[in-house]
Design a protein around this ligand. Sequence first.
Ligand code: RM4
Ligand code: MN
Ligand code: MN
Length: 396
Amino acid sequence: MDAPKSEKIFNALESFRIELPSWGFANTGTRFGKFIQPAAATTTDEKFSDAGQVHLLTGVCPTVALHVLWDCPDGLRSTDDIRTFADHYGVLPGSINPNLFQDQEYKYGSFGNPDPAIRQRALQHTKDSIEIARRLHCRDISMWFADGSNYPGTANIRQRKQWFTEGLQESHRALSPGQRLLIEYKPFEPAFYHTDIADWGMSLLLSRAAGPQAKVLVDTGHHYAAQNIEQIVAWLLSEDMLGGFHFNDRRYADDDLTLGSIDPYQVFRIFHEIRYCEWETGKRADIAYMIDQSHNLKGKIEAMIQTVTMAQELFSKAALVDGRQLAAAQKNCDLVRAESLLQDAFATDVRPTIQEWRESKGLPSNPLEAFRQSGYLERITKERAARNSRNVSSYA
Ligand code: RM4
Ligand code: MN
Ligand code: MN
């Protein structure tokens, strides 16, 4: 690879950071059952430990996203423990995810529940989550709602939209100046008729209504199969409303597979739209890159390292597209030239350069191999196996 290209990749990697999900280290399953992994993390301590390993080996994952119900069992009082884990394992708490879908009360919804007492409870949990974030110096509160209905006629869709608007506005009022409310959308599941925040347009309208610190969160798995996600990304960028990503891959629905395992070109195209916008505006887009994966068969830590390294590869490839040449080709309607600029970048083997970058940082050139050699997996398997064999719960 020539020097200018390597330099582009080095520069891109220098600024690229991606957040790990605590729940990606825990045992999960499908609705048909769970295959328990002996090494999976059960406690918040163990999740930080595993995230710390991924960061140690990759150097690009300094934060871990927390799910309040699963990781802060004592609510606000858990923050002291979390600070201890962060110090001990060298990864900081990142985005804070309230949980408004698991408790029995939320059977008919949270912010959209017809019962005002339950809406109030959901709001209180959100405010507590914002307070947890404040105490831990976390910037983002990520809101995902399972709210919706399963049969036509059973929910007042407009009324629920209004309740969502009010709930989000009130949540927004609880934010500190630097904090953000990220609003995630998802077309279906667990609701199979209507979902209250089903797509990016709904998320955008609600974010706008909530206030200036609310932005849209794009989970790559939360779209219908043929949807053009990079166009959504481009529109949100141009509206300055893209807050962050939950990265994963999928073949059918919200499959939460490792990134780029099914369609790496899709992720490349998303990164390309971001880089192209950054090139045009001369400004870095303020986006939180986060992982949201939870496959139940691959080893949790290996799967996470795979996703992180894949993200670096696809981000590096996107950095190779020459903005100036692309803009000229688009202007001249030189279709083949324009498309080739993307295809050539995507086809470039960036791995040797990424290895050089890692070495220049004193990191292992192959994090997955380094993990396999480290003995960490053997150690935690021994420590956790007995407890895990008795534990069939998902996530937490
Ligand atoms: C949802 C959504 C949320 C995640 C939960 C566990 O489908 O992706 O971001 O927190 O799953
Ligand atoms: Mn998500
Ligand atoms: Mn999801």
